[in-house]
Design a protein around this ligand. Structure first.
Ligand code: PNS
Length: 162
């Protein structure tokens, strides 16, 4: 497919599930921007700067992918970047309703912008930023679920050795 795809999210923090979607989007699109939404209504664990650094580290050496952040509406950011498609990962039925609403709202706001969903891989469908944060908070093992740089950040946050 031609053009640029935006893969937006909170990425608080990035997980291996997110990376899987990004790699697969790179098989379809010549360029992908992973864009962190600065959501004033959410209380993130990691600052935007920390999330950017983790994404950059996790994607070091991967070509055709860019990391960025945006404030305000996703559609405004996508138009500004002249993107054609929004990519989102879909895990289970529970994701569907929210994604359905967002895709329709975004289409209403910007009819030229298409949302494309990718089914999360079978190794990742149970992983979410929320659950890895909870497991890491209680000292559980999240290796294999998040990139190594995220494991180090969890250790720093929780005052443990990584
Ligand atoms: O990783 P998340 O938290 O599921 O990502 C949700 C995100 C960031 C894609 C969504 O909240 C978003 O696009 N926020 C930007 C504000 C916006 O455009 N809202 C209208 C969409 S209904």
């Amino acid at each position: 497919m031609e053009g640029l795809a935006i893969y937006p999210g909170s990425f608080d923090p990035v997980t291996n599930g997110h990376l899987d979607i990004a790699y697969r989007a790179l098989h379809v699109f010549p360029k992908v921007i992973m864009a962190i939404a600065v959501n004033v209504r959410k209380q993130p664990m990691f600052s935007v700067e920390e999330r950017l650094e983790m994404l950059k580290e996790a994607l070091a050496g991967v070509e055709r992918v860019e990391v960025d952040f945006f404030r305000g509406l996703l559609v405004d950011y996508a138009v500004q970047k002249q993107a054609h498609v929004i990519v989102r990962g879909l895990r289970a039925l529970s994701d569907f309703e929210n994604e359905f609403q967002m895709a329709h709202m975004n289409r209403r706001l910007c009819p030229d912008l298409e949302t494309m969903f990718m089914m999360t891989g079978q190794d990742h469908f149970y992983i979410s930023s929320q659950t890895v944060k909870e497991v890491a908070f209680h000292g559980g093992d999240v290796r294999g679920l998040v990139p190594d740089c995220v494991i180090c950040r969890f250790a720093e946050k929780h005052g443990r050795k990584s």
